[in-house]
Design a protein around this ligand. Structure first.
Ligand code: NAP
Ligand code: G4F
Length: 323
């Protein structure tokens, strides 16, 4: 009998979103293939459906597409840390920006070889709104990027639109606002806080050093947001969508929620590290996800408080193992 399973290829499968998206797609009976970078463990020995590639080097993307034979490609790979992008601007432009062009070109050629259409999702970011020109930000809000990372994402956004319009490709952008989880990288502020809360509570750490705690973000749960990625690719017509909760909180609010969950007052436990400040800051982001709600039927489920508690509980478990 012919194999009727839908096939997805995920770049950045080892990251936070790759983790949740893989599980989401497997539950829907997809055959999931993934690209991992050379920083992944077990170098050169990836499994049957895992491939080594780097978006800074497009040489083997075509071969990977031939092997994976995907119906859907989710491009999640990126140098995704905003602060780091100021230290590595050229690398970030290459991977997070031009890397997307490499993938789009590889898919365009693959489509001709394979005689089939691939649906392409680009992980665009609310950082593109940067120094915001209106609030809340929607699909029609102009971009004002404030970091090398955001500039690279703007480039990738427009290349995705350009390939859709020039070559009639099914390619779209999900403009996702910040989303977090117990799988969040430890260098991002929410996870940095939840990990420190757990370790301070168990006596493994004394202090937490942070940068600008007045910054405000529209924070949601990654497990909710990856569903929107999938829903976008199920539509007949490829369009770009904002995905956000519409609720804004400061880093200070996250400190209250996370330390409060374990009964600690953070006032004497948190210190300022000027090295964590960015040359240009994005002060506040707030998304308007009306289009995603109306056209995709998408809604966030996990609240800000639930998210903070979920992350602290997870890190308490890790800290207990550590101690
Ligand atoms: P993440 O945890 O940082 O994951 C990024 C992934 O990209 C990792 O698997 C990483 O693998 C891979 N990667 C990095 N450099 C690569 C390269 N040169 N070649 C191939 N793979 C490379 O990010 P995330 O939070 O899951 O986010 C997923 C995507 O959405 C990213 O593109 C991010 O910019 C974007 N985004 C995220 C958010 C958010 O709030 N999380 C919001 C908007 C947009 P290694 O670790 O092995 O290098
Ligand atoms: O957690 P952050 O590093 O996330 P940021 O910069 O908003 O970027 C994340 O979300 C974007 C979506 O808008 C993604 F595109 C991007 O890939 C990434 O996932 O910082 C959040 C805020 C910033 O204003 C930062 O200045 O927290 C502030 N902050 C304060 N102290 C800190 C720290 N950020 C980090 N990483 N570390 C600190 O010690």
């Amino acid at each position: 009998m012919a194999d009727t399973k839908r096939r997805a290829l995920i770049t950045g499968i080892s990251g936070q979103d790759g983790h949740y998206l893989t599980r989401f797609l497997l539950k829907r009976d997809y055959e999931v293939h993934g690209i991992v970078s050379c920083r992944a463990p077990g170098i050169g020995e990836a499994g049957e459906r895992l491939y080594y590639a780097d978006l800074a080097d497009g040489s083997n993307l075509g071969q990977i597409l031939d092997k994976a034979n995907p119906d859907e490609v989710y491009n999640l790979a990126a140098q995704s840390h905003v602060r780091l992008s100021f230290d590595l601007p050229q690398y970030t432009a290459d991977v997070t920006g031009v890397g997307v062009l490499r993938m789009l070109d590889a898919i365009r050629e693959y489509q001709q070889r394979a005689g089939k259409q691939v649906r392409f999702y680009q992980a665009s970011s609310s950082e593109m709104f940067g120094k915001v020109v209106e609030t809340p930000q929607s699909e029609s809000t102009p971009f004002y990027p404030r970091s090398p990372y955001a500039c690279a994402k703007v480039y990738a956004y427009w290349q995705t639109v350009n390939y859709r319009e020039s070559y009639d490709m099914y390619a779209l952008n999900g403009i996702l606002f910040n989303h977090e989880s117990p799988r969040r990288g430890e260098a991002f502020v929410t996870r940095k806080i939840s990990k420190a809360v757990a370790r301070i509570k168990l006596g493994l750490q004394d202090k937490l050093s942070l940068g600008n705690i007045e910054a405000q973000r529209d924070w949601g749960f990654a497990g909710d947001f990856i569903e929107a990625m999938w829903l976008m690719l199920q539509q007949d017509v490829p369009e770009d969508y904002v995905v956000a909760t519409g609720q804004v909180h400061s880093v200070r609010d996250f400190l209250d929620a996370a330390f409060g969950h374990v009964g600690l007052d953070w006032a004497n436990l948190v210190e300022t590290d000027v090295n964590m400040f960015r040359p240009a800051e994005v002060d506040i982001l707030c998304g308007d996800a009306t289009k995603a709600q109306e056209k995709l039927g998408w809604q966030p489920k996990v609240s800000f408080g639930e998210l903070a508690r979920m992350m602290v509980d997870h890190d308490l478990e890790l800290a207990r193992q550590e101690s």
